[in-house]
Design a binder for this molecule. Structure first.
Ligand SMILES: NC(=O)c1ccc[n+]([C@@H]2O[C@H](COP(=O)([O-])OP(=O)(O)OC[C@H]3O[C@@H](n4cnc5c(N)ncnc54)[C@H](OP(=O)(O)O)[C@@H]3O)[C@@H](O)[C@H]2O)c1
Length: 268
């Protein structure tokens, strides 16, 4: 199997590296194409990929074409590959807002996967949600899933609306976590800790809490009940959050991202 990654930016390289490290593909079976000279020069220094600048040199050889350019480059790119593609080829697109129908219409291909990754993919801890067109077979889907899993975990969703929804949860979600961390670090500074100590206090608290959660079968609510005793310090903090409707505000924020993803999809 040969995979071609088009767009050697943050995400394209993350997946190319993930696939390469996973040993799912034989060496030299990962091709990477970018139009920028600077990126090509950098790619040529990486010995485990074959770098390309011209579509006709690599598109016909690929079994799977992984598209990782910005959404506004999609139309031009799809028009350029239309005459080079073959019906059995599979396109995996991670472009936000570009629908399966659009990809089918412009490329003429039928086997399409639309995926939504998130930033922790860069360290192998990502979450990619994906949906496939009906023409992708079950065996092909398993192959695709193992390729996506090389940057973390993946979940298959049943329709494209859930891809927009996952943008609001896992796609934009790392920023919500950073927001919470930032607030806690500011509180620690105001309480008198140094910047360095504030960072360690907060990051280790997040790491520990997530590990506890991952190693148990308990829900976040059950863990809160375990930590917070009546009349205690944690209960005081949780009551303050409840009084200020923080739970509803977080949900509202996630829905804002979801709605924006839908809007961006319409623009494309
Ligand atoms: N970053 C994230 O966390 C994230 C999360 C979810 C989804 N995504 C999606 O991932 C995609 C890539 O994002 P990114 O942050 O990796 O972008 P990026 O760093 O800008 O990388 C895109 C690369 O593709 C190149 N390119 C553009 N048009 C091309 C063409 N026709 N042929 C070959 N190469 C071309 C660009 O070159 P130039 O710079 O010269 O234009 C750039 O090197 C986007 O569609 C985004 O919606 C990203």
């Amino acid at each position: 199997m040969k995979v071609l990654v088009i767009g050697a930016g943050n995400m394209g390289l993350t997946y190319a590296e993930g696939m390469s490290k996973s040993k799912l593909l034989k060496k030299r079976n990962i091709m990477v194409l970018d139009k920028s000279e600077e990126k090509l020069e950098a790619l040529n220094q990486i010995s485990h990929f074959d770098a390309f600048k011209e579509l006709d040199e690599c598109v016909p050889q690929a079994d799977i074409i992984f598209i990782a350019v910005k959404p506004y480059h999609a139309e031009g790119l799809f028009k350029a590959i239309k005459s080079l593609v073959k019906p059995q080829q599979i396109i995996i697109s991670i472009m936000a807002g570009v629908t399966i129908a659009t990809i089918k219409e412009i490329t003429g291909l039928e086997k399409i996967v639309r995926a939504m990754p998130n930033l922790p993919a860069q360290i192998g801890k990502g979450l990619t949600s994906y949906v496939t067109s009906d023409e992708v077979s079950r065996i092909e889907m398993l192959t695709i899933e193992s390729l996506l899993d090389t940057t973390g975990k993946s979940i298959r969703v049943s329709n494209e609306k859930l891809i927009d929804a996952s943008t609001g949860i896992s796609g934009s979600g790392p920023a919500y976590v950073f927001y919470f961390m930032q607030s806690m670090m500011e509180a620690a500074l105001q309480m008198g800790f140094s910047k360095n100590d504030s960072t360690v206090l907060v990051s280790q608290t997040f790491t520990g809490a997530i590990e506890l959660f991952n190693q148990s079968n308990l829900s976040p609510n059950s863990w809160m009940d375990k930590v917070a005793s009546k009349g205690g310090t944690t209960r005081a903090a949780l009551d303050s959050m409840e009084d200020n409707n923080v739970n509803e505000l977080i949900k509202e924020a996630a829905f804002s991202a979801f709605n924006r993803a839908v809007e961006l999809g319409k623009e494309h």
